[in-house]
Design a protein around this ligand. Sequence first.
Ligand SMILES: [Zn+2]
Ligand SMILES: [Zn+2]
Length: 171
Amino acid sequence: MSEHEEASGASRHADRLTGRERRWVAAAAVGPVVLAVLVLAPVAAVTGAAGAGEVVGASVVYGGLLGLAAAFVVVDRLRARQCPACRRRPARGQRRCRCGYDLLHRPRYVCDQRHTIHFEAGVCGCGRELQALPTATGLASQVLVSLRAGGWLALFLVLAGVVIYVLEGRL
Ligand SMILES: [Zn+2]
Ligand SMILES: [Zn+2]
């Protein structure tokens, strides 16, 4: 147990994202805001329903929310490539980390009191036998489902807005 804590403490700076990865996160966060401006500005210009200030405001709020979720997914995916045992980031596709950890199956173990997560089978610091945990899938899949649901909802609202405009004869 103390061995793992030492390992993660000593190399805590190693799990920071690299400059290139940080640019990916920034792009994921800002991209939706730009996209929202590109989508909303022509609609506002055609319908005359909103001024430039409202378009920018709506883009920042809704694009920003989407950007937050997208950046979260990107960070989660980048973190998932990290070796959980030693916090090094092995090259993509590598099956075994330099520390010997199996990156393909990513085994994790806890005692039945769930004191600390261990990355090797054996005995917990409390003396209980360690049991294998089911494989972690990360949060990104749930976030992706919500993003997809949000995308369909946004599309539905835009289409409903267009239908209302057409019915009122304003387009
Ligand atoms: Zn490792
Ligand atoms: Zn224990």
